[in-house]
Design a protein around this ligand. Structure first.
Ligand code: BG6
Length: 301
């Protein structure tokens, strides 16, 4: 759909417009009384979100993010689907699945009575997606922007055999400094430590950061809280339909090698990903829909 068609069919006066952004990519820009957000139609990728009562964004986007067709964007809320991490058997398939680098189409928009704005999208299948994912399926995302950002990722099995999916809303949150935050809510959970080659450990308390962290916490549906003493706020990450939580910070060396973090961008972000990964991969029965929903909000400490 062209920019003109999108505007005619789905723009909402005074709160949602479509623009061509960097790299020629199309974006939805939402600005209502409660919050602002932008979403790249490639990947249905929320790139920014700020509630109006916050000076700083809640979602971090790298100042050095690359915007190009078929490339993933560093920051925002990438959608990992239909697998998380490397593909189980095909090493040539993209890490974290293809959903974040292919086109999605807008299917609906609405100005809600609450003052929030809603946008719904569906992944557009192609020969490439079918080659990597032979299951007959439909995947859609509903995004609601207000003082809270709500995202619901729905996966429907249109085939006749069970469908196994791994998934994550791989969100980068904006923080004052990685060394000055704590993540609460994972106490007592078992996790797979990817920095230490996949060894399993148990979380004993609040998580603090002094080096690279790459962990998949299993069997946890708990709300997480990012306590940020520098910004004087707490980001609340609530979820439903997600049994894994992934914590990730590359720290300096890995960020420098990745090339799209800038000099110290990595200090201003932490990923708290609501996921279904490893032991928590989801089996969706024929004709059924699995939903994973997150809600992000910020409050003062
Ligand atoms: C995290 C993974 O979810 O994503 C890490 O646990 C990975 O291992 C990180 O490095 C970033 O992945 P990507 O593909 O966006 O660079």
């Amino acid at each position: 759909m062209t920019l003109a068609d999108l505007t005619t069919r789905f723009a909402l006066d005074g709160q949602l417009r479509f623009v061509e952004g960097p790299g020629g990519l199309l974006f939805a820009e939402i600005d209502n009384h409660l919050g602002t957000a932008s979403l790249c139609l490639q990947g249905a990728h929320v790139t920014t979100f700020r509630p109006k009562d916050q000076d700083e964004p809640v979602i971090w986007l790298s100042e050095h993010a690359k915007f190009a067709p078929a490339k993933s964007i560093r920051g925002g809320a990438p959608i990992c689907w239909p697998w998380f991490g490397p593909h189980a058997t095909e090493s040539s398939f993209p890490g974290h699945g293809f959903a974040r680098t292919v086109m999605w189409e807008v299917t609906d928009t609405a100005a809600l009575e609450s003052g929030e704005t809603r946008l719904a999208l569906s992944l557009v299948e192609s020969e490439q997606t079918r080659a990597q994912w032979p299951c007959a399926s439909r995947v859609s995302l509903e995004v609601t922007v207000g003082a809270t950002l709500t995202m619901t990722l729905s996966s429907t099995n249109l085939g006749s055999t069970p469908m196994q999916i791994g998934e994550a809303l791989h969100t980068y949150f904006q923080i004052g400094d990685i060394a000055a935050i704590r993540v609460l809510g994972l106490e007592g959970s078992e996790y797979v430590d990817k920095v230490e080659g996949g060894v399993r450990k148990s979380e004993t308390g609040a998580v603090t950061f002094a080096d690279e962290v790459d962990r998949v916490y299993l069997n946890t549906e708990a709300t997480c809280r990012i306590e940020d003493s520098r910004l004087g706020r707490r980001i609340v990450v609530a979820k439903r339909g997600s049994r894994s939580t992934v914590l990730w910070t590359p720290w300096r060396d890995k960020a420098d090698k990745m090339g799209d973090f800038g000099d110290d961008g990595w200090r201003r972000m932490v990923c708290v990903e609501s996921a279904n990964a490893l032991d928590n991969v989801v089996s969706v029965a024929p004709g059924q829909t699995h939903e994973m929903q997150v809600e992000y909000r910020a409050e003062s400490l």
